[in-house]
Design a protein around this ligand. Structure first.
Ligand SMILES: NC(=O)c1ccc[n+]([C@@H]2O[C@H](COP(=O)([O-])OP(=O)(O)OC[C@H]3O[C@@H](n4cnc5c(N)ncnc54)[C@H](OP(=O)(O)O)[C@@H]3O)[C@@H](O)[C@H]2O)c1
Length: 255
């Protein structure tokens, strides 16, 4: 295979080093397309493909670095996504990197509200794991049990992602985890200081709408001192889009 095949920005853009922040955790990276006014979808949250074809292929390229890909219930409900490997050259890239042919798929649904008829459950090419919290009633979990390979509950109010990620590494061998949103899941990961790289594509359009989701919603912080801090690691302009990689500073100690 041509060594540049599958590289959307003319160079390898994925994380070259995938060292986790702690030996018992996966390396965590997040990939998002964002409008110029900081939105990741319109206020009605319906799926809108607003980035270039290059950015859409970059999503598959980044998956070639990940043992597992994770998304939240609302992203999976509204989008017809299966979290696959992209096929063809992307499958070959995965294999070259020593990963399994398909990523393990992680569904985040603390209260178990994900639609059991969601597209992801119709494709059985790799394990699907449901992360839930104690807020998920048994009747919902029962409907989901036949759709997934494993259900794990961590956390009383909302998912305890630190414990969940440790478990993913120990039980499923997930050493690199790519999170593809949405804003609620990302916010929880940033809040827990688990994100190590942010891959961000800034697109030339404005959605507006104070209720439109952003790449990290949730409760947010009260002051700059509480913000997740990052440094700009790489930047590339292609056409009217900016492709950015931020490195996050990770909290030194964890309980
Ligand atoms: N532009 C992009 O690159 C991009 C990428 C992805 C998604 N999106 C867009 O983003 C929107 C969806 O984002 P969203 O923020 O509304 O939803 P989301 O993060 O996809 O999913 C939210 C759901 O995930 C579960 N969840 C999230 N954080 C949790 C936590 N800390 N503990 C327990 N459960 C948690 C909850 O499920 P339960 O209700 O079951 O508790 C929650 O309702 C869609 O419009 C989608 O198209 C855009």
């Amino acid at each position: 295979m041509n060594s540049r095949a599958g590289l959307q920005l003319g160079m390898a853009w994925g994380p070259t080093s995938r060292a986790p922040s702690a030996p018992d955790l996966p390396f965590v990276f997040v990939n998002f397309a964002m409008t110029s006014d900081g939105k990741i979808a319109p206020a009605n949250r319906r799926f809108e493909s607003f980035s270039s074809r290059r950015d859409q292929l970059l999503l598959y390229e980044l998956r070639t670095y990940a043992d597992a890909v994770m998304s939240g219930a609302r992203t999976l409900d509204v989008n017809r996504v299966k979290l696959g490997n992209g096929g063809g050259r992307f499958t070959r890239l995965r294999l070259q990197r020593g990963l399994d042919k398909f990523p393990v798929r992680i569904v985040v649904s603390g209260r178990g509200t994900i639609d059991p008829g969601a597209e992801i459950f119709k494709h059985r090419f790799s394990p699907i794991i449901l992360l839930a919290s104690q807020e998920a009633p048994e009747r919902r979990l029962k409907r989901l049990r036949s759709q997934v390979d494993d259900i794990i509950i961590f956390g009383e109010h909302g998912i305890d992602f630190l414990q969940a990620l440790r478990w993913l590494r120990a039980k499923w061998g997930v050493k690199s985890l790519l999170c593809e949103g949405g804003g609620a899941v990302n916010a929880a990961l940033f809040e827990a200081r688990l994100v190590q790289r942010l891959y961000l594509t800034i697109c030339p359009c404005v959605f507006g709408g104070r209720d439109a989701p952003t790449l990290a919603d949730g409760r947010g912080v009260a002051s700059l001192a509480e913000a997740a801090r990052m440094t700009l690691h790489r930047m590339r302009r292609m056409g009217d889009e900016l492709f950015l990689i931020y490195r996050a500073s990770i909290r030194a100690s964890r309980a």
